[in-house]
Design a binder for this molecule. Structure first.
Ligand SMILES: NC(=O)C1=CN([C@@H]2O[C@H](COP(=O)(O)OP(=O)(O)OC[C@H]3O[C@@H](n4cnc5c(N)ncnc54)[C@H](O)[C@@H]3O)[C@@H](O)[C@H]2O)C=CC1
Length: 397
């Protein structure tokens, strides 16, 4: 139990942590992976290489210390992280390892400034946070296992179908090798997938949004091939290059607290690039449900060759009350209908959008979501009707 002294001590150490910056979390991860290399199987090592994970952990620790006497403020972030942890199959005993390396990192970096009082306060504070995550994650694991088609831990699936959707995006449909059902999910949720890339030192676990509606039998994800630096797209490119129909992968049950919410309001889905995957799942789900309220779908990508699901979305106008537009960054073909050239400018379609009552869901690169959120706010859409999540290590904007 945290005492007032612990709380005061943790808050008093915030400036020390802030001045050390991400050196703390970088040191922490180096230390942990040196002493517990088995955890490389669990953590996304590409996010280590880019520095995004140490930055995210540092921000999380700073936010926790800042709000330690009013943790309700962090409920949304805690739920988002807990869902993500379950897709990695994080277990209670791993919190003790992380806690040990965090405390030892503080001792090593702060030296004499890391007094016994500070150690006691941070140990208690870490334990409080770990207990919160362990409880929420334990409940999510149990709830998933109890559902029809549910399971706990990794389950082996076979690739039933591999299908190109555009120049860079390929879909993979997975069925369980045990022949059982699979648990339903909310459109917008993702799967944790574990693979062992060729010649790789450790397993890799990644999250991919489910890209079509739940059907009880199979799951589909749609993956973008990453061009450029090798450290990006280790798993995505392995799936593209090495995983074929008939091959097996390990999956955790669907997770994620960012998903479509039925609210009897018009829906506006706005995506860019491969961020269209959850939007496609939402559209397919609404179509299967016979949804009749107006839906608007706005999508941005580089060019026609990279426009996945274009025909599929056009076909959904048969079943849904759907209006859709596309922005092609590198230029629109002449006479193309519902297609604009350049980056997405909402002013071009603002008059048809339900600005005063609609729910707006955004998905795509962070820069794109920031760009669109700003436009929505300036068009008068209230903040509480703009929904998005940052894929990858947690980040606010
Ligand atoms: N469930 C989720 O939240 C998912 C999120 N994503 C995210 O989507 C992103 C990947 O998208 P890519 O296909 O690589 O996109 P991309 O880099 O090919 O960009 C696609 C389009 O986004 C627009 N865009 C990009 N940056 C912009 C900016 N700063 N301002 C205005 N417009 C901008 C442009 O129109 C561009 O053509 C990743 O960040 C990934 O994490 C992807 C899948 C699922």
């Amino acid at each position: 139990m945290l005492s007032q002294t612990h709380i005061d001590t943790v808050k008093a150490t915030i400036p020390v942590l802030a001045s050390a910056g991400t050196a703390i979390t970088e040191h922490f991860y180096n230390r942990m992976f040196t002493h517990n290399p088995e955890l490389k199987d669990v953590f996304n090592m590409s996010h280590q290489a880019t520095g995004r994970q140490p930055a995210a952990l540092f921000e999380a620790i700073a936010a926790y210390a800042t709000h330690i006497d009013n943790l309700e403020v962090l409920t949304g972030a805690v739920m988002r992280i807990a869902h993500k942890h379950t897709s990695f199959n994080i277990q209670a005993n791993q919190y003790a390892i992380v806690g040990h390396h965090l405390i030892e990192t503080l001792r090593e970096l702060l030296g004499d400034a890391f007094t016994p009082d500070i150690e006691a306060a941070w140990s208690a504070a870490y334990q409080q946070l770990a207990d919160i995550f362990i409880q929420i994650e334990g409940n999510l694991y149990k709830a998933n296992a109890a559902k029809n088609g549910g399971w706990e831990g990794f389950r082996t699936f076979r690739v039933a179908k591999k299908q190109a959707e555009s120049e860079l995006v390929t879909s993979f449909t997975f069925v369980p090798v045990d022949g059982g059902n699979v648990v339903d999910f909310q459109p917008g949720q993702y799967l944790g997938i574990k693979v062992h890339p060729t010649n790789h030192e450790f397993d890799e676990i990644r999250q991919y949004s489910l890209s079509t509606a739940a059907n009880g039998q199979s799951y589909r994800i749609s993956v973008k091939r990453e061009l450029g630096e090798v450290k990006n797209g280790v798993v995505s490119n392995y799936l593209h290059d090495c995983i074929e129909e008939g091959d097996e992968v390990e999956l955790m049950p669907p997770a994620g607290d960012f998903h479509y919410q039925e609210r009897e309001r018009p829906v506006v889905l706005i995506s860019a690039g491969v961020g269209l995957t959850p939007m496609n799942a939402i559209l397919d789900t609404l179509s299967a449900q016979g949804h009749q309220n107006p839906i608007f779908y706005l999508h941005a990508c580089r060019n026609l060759q990279q426009h996945s699901f274009a025909k599929h979305v056009a076909g959904l106008t048969q079943t849904l009350n759907l209006t859709h537009y596309t922005w092609l960054e590198n230029g629109a073909p002449e006479n193309a209908e519902r297609v604009f050239a350049g980056q997405m400018q909402l002013a071009q379609v603002a008059e048809i959008l339900p600005l005063t009552e609609g729910d707006f869901y955004l998905c795509g690169p962070v820069g794109f979501m920031m760009f669109i959120k700003e436009q929505l706010l300036s068009l008068g859409v209230s903040d509480d009707r703009i929904h998005y999540e940052v894929f990858g290590p947690h980040q606010n904007f």
